[in-house]
Ligand binder design. Structure first.
Ligand SMILES: O=C(O)COP(=O)(O)O
Ligand SMILES: [Mg+2]
Length: 236
């Protein structure tokens, strides 16, 4: 499918690889509920959404460690981490998909890409035990022929390995697989894999605006991607 990307060139793509948190699903409320429950159970000071958002996107282990470091400093975080991790997993499994929502434009965008014959896959740093139930809770699971989690391969994004492995599984050359993400984690992985990459403006970006990140384009909504040969239109 030839797609037009506002502010960039047209791309002839066969597959689209999607980041999950901050790109497809606004899962920040789930993370906040689970983190607050973990901190309360451990008698540690709480956290709010603005403090948690920049810590997302680098996998669950990074998140738990970063939240502990924020609360108690580096040395104590190391000691508390083995206790905190299973507590966080329990609370996140309970919160997963209960408070989050699908970002506006995502369903229309997925439908348009699928209708254009593009093969869709998820490449997230979220562990599979969280990623699959979240896609099901958001009724997005039917769109993707493959879901790759942060624990599917030996290394996660920003390493190119998950993107290269996903391309191989889909039988797609990296140059024809468009990565759609929300942070430098996604664009660095895409650049190293040789995939074109667009970033969503609304996601979780480790505190670095996506305009300042090396990528092919920045989008406000997924359905701003349009078939290159059709008249530009905004889906309802
Ligand atoms: O770190 C996470 O759990 C989220 O990862 P994602 O942004 O790659 O979906
Ligand atoms: Mg993300």
């Amino acid at each position: 499918m030839r797609i037009a990307v506002p502010g960039s060139r047209a791309f002839d793509i066969q597959a689209a690889l999607f980041d999950l948190d901050g790109t497809l699903v606004d899962s920040l409320p789930d993370f906040v509920v689970a983190l607050r429950a973990m901190l309360a159970e451990m008698d540690l000071p709480s956290i709010d959404a603005a403090q948690a958002a920049p810590l997302l996107g680098k996998g669950v282990d990074h998140l738990v460690r970063a939240v502990l470091t924020r609360s108690v400093g580096d040395a104590q975080a190391d000691a508390l981490y083995p206790v905190a991790r299973p507590i966080y997993w329990r609370h996140y499994l309970a919160a997963n998909g209960r408070h989050g929502t699908v970002f506006p434009g995502v369903v229309n965008g997925l439908n348009a890409l699928r209708a254009g014959g593009v093969t869709l896959a998820v490449v997230t740093n979220k562990p599979m035990a969280f990623a699959q139930p979240l896609l099901e809770a958001m009724a997005l699971d039917g769109y993707f022929v493959r879901v790759c989690g942060g624990d599917t391969f030996a290394r996660m994004k920003p390493d190119p390995l998950p993107l290269l492995a996903a391309c191989e599984a889909l039988g797609c050359a990296p140059a024809r697989a468009l990565m759609i993400g929300d942070s430098s984690n996604d664009s660095r992985a895409a650049r190293a894999a040789g995939c074109p990459v667009v970033l969503m403006r609304y996601g979780y970006n480790h505190g670095v605006p996506v305009e300042d990140v090396d990528c092919d384009a920045v989008l406000d909504r997924l359905d701003d991607l349009i078939a290159a040969d059709s008249t530009p239109r905004r889906h309802p």
